[in-house]
Design a protein around this ligand. Structure first.
Ligand code: HEC
Ligand code: HEC
Length: 372
């Protein structure tokens, strides 16, 4: 019988990194589907990114078992480990075993891809973050696909990783989850203690709490005029005559919300505009039409414009934004009670729920449903 002693294997920064990364991923995953919570998605995404960057550095300068060099196994070592799994002679590793190590390297790579594609999509689709204004909707589209695919791949890998932890825990009668909390393992022979690195851990913890608290505070304190994530892309073109003529009965819908052929058709029918007569003289009509054609959805100046344009068939020319499938999809979860509210009344009353309806940007941060 070899004497076993309790040694610290995972230093504090590595454990903190692990659990904070889990938290950031879960938060980002939980908010990925709802545009109204895009802010939380972005806060957790940045946190995730920063944690990964730390881990890359820590994998070089961190304590013994946290170093990448300590758990770089060749594919051959991985397969021979996996082949030995069903039997009793499975080799016991103090740090990561080859399967765990490979899972970590793949997770780190996917994580980086996820974070980088996220920043690109944020810049292109939302015109926010450091790439706002530098990248167009079309350019960011493939990264949006990549972002989603990588996120799913990570979910699959996380499930495999958890299964691996369970298998290894059972095989070696060892509580690996507990070890990732406490940092210690029972180890045979003379393994050296590693330092806890409390100072580095405190810096990480304080930074994450400070950054999270600060972002959340700004997010909660956001007002109609100052949304948390402002649109940083180039402002949309405005036209006073348009706002005056088309804003008399309803919101002056920005021309970027329908394609050029729709506007053309709307003006052709100006004497029967939803049972109203617009009575525009030729000169006014021409100026309005010109402005509409120059700034129509085809110009793809905002996410809404880009997606509306994409959703309308070449042979269609809808007169209503609210008839476009993209619009319908985005608003399908809103109940009839909400539409009938005093503050809303019509689906076309965009400004009731979108602070930036007049600017035409329709960004996620500027959205709310009026309370009943
Ligand atoms: C005399 C009043 C009046 C004026 C002026 C007016 N509209 Fe309208 N418009 C209406 C009415 C009424 C509706 C139907 C509203 C509803 O469905 O709630 C409508 C609906 C629309 C819609 C469809 C909204 C949707 O459901 O997606 C568009 C687009 C539109 N108008 C564009 C314009 C433009 C462009 C101008 C300026 C050239 C203009 N309107 C001027 C009365 C007006
Ligand atoms: C009753 C409130 C309400 C009204 C009125 C309303 N919207 Fe919305 N809109 C929402 C909500 C809530 C969402 C977010 C849906 C989601 O979570 O994806 C949304 C999403 C959107 C989006 C997608 C934004 C994005 O980036 O995901 C666009 C574009 C949009 N609305 C345009 C319009 C236009 C144009 C009008 C008027 C014709 C309008 N909305 C009227 C509540 C409303």
């Amino acid at each position: 019988m070899i004497a076993r002693k309790k040694v610290r294997v995972w230093d504090l920064p590595t454990r903190l990194f692990h659990w904070l990364l889990v938290l950031a991923f879960v938060l980002a995953w939980a908010t990925h589907d709802d545009s109204r919570h895009l802010d939380i998605h972005i806060i957790s995404g940045y946190t995730f990114f920063a944690l990964l960057m730390f881990r890359l550095v820590w994998g070089v300068v961190g304590s013994h078992y946290a170093r990448f060099s300590e758990f770089s196994y060749t594919p051959k070592e991985l397969f021979s480990y996996l082949r030995s799994l069903p039997g009793n002679g499975v080799k016991h590793y103090v740090g990561h075993n080859p399967a765990g190590a490979w899972a970590i390297f793949v997770l780190l790579t996917l994580g980086l891809l996820l974070a980088i594609s996220g920043v690109i999509v944020l810049g292109g689709e939302e015109q926010q973050g450091i790439l706002a204004g530098y990248i167009s909707f079309d350019q960011s589209a493939p990264f949006s696909m990549l972002h989603e695919t990588v996120a799913w791949a990570m979910v699959v890998l996380i499930v495999i990783h958890i299964c691996g932890v369970i298998v290894e825990s059972v095989l070696h009668r060892e509580n690996l989850v507990g070890a990732m909390f406490r940092g210690t393992k029972w180890v045979a022979g003379s393994s050296a203690q590693i330092p806890a690195h409390q100072l580095v851990a405190s810096v990480i913890l304080i930074s994450v709490i400070a950054w999270g608290g600060l972002s959340l505070n700004t997010y909660l304190a956001a007002t109609d005029e100052h949304p948390y994530q402002p649109f940083k892309g180039p402002a949309l073109a405005m036209n006073e005559l348009w706002n005056e003529e088309c804003g008399a009965c309803h919101l002056a819908f920005h021309p970027s919300l329908l394609p050029a052929r729709s506007w053309q058709y709307l003006f052709e029918q100006q004497d029967n505009h939803f049972q109203e007569e617009l009575m525009l003289d030729d000169e006014t009509l021409n100026e309005l039409l010109q402005y509409a054609l120059n700034n129509s959805a085809e110009q793809k100046k905002t996410e809404a414009a880009w997606k509306i344009n994409r959703a309308i068939g070449r042979d269609e020319r809808p007169l209503q934004i609210t008839a476009v499938s993209y619009w319908k999809d985005k608003h399908s979860a809103i109940s009839d009670i909400t539409w009938q509210q005093e503050a809303v009344q019509s689906k076309a009353n965009c400004g009731a729920c979108h602070y930036d309806a007049e600017q035409g940007t329709f960004q996620d941060a500027a959205m709310r449903i009026p309370s009943e």
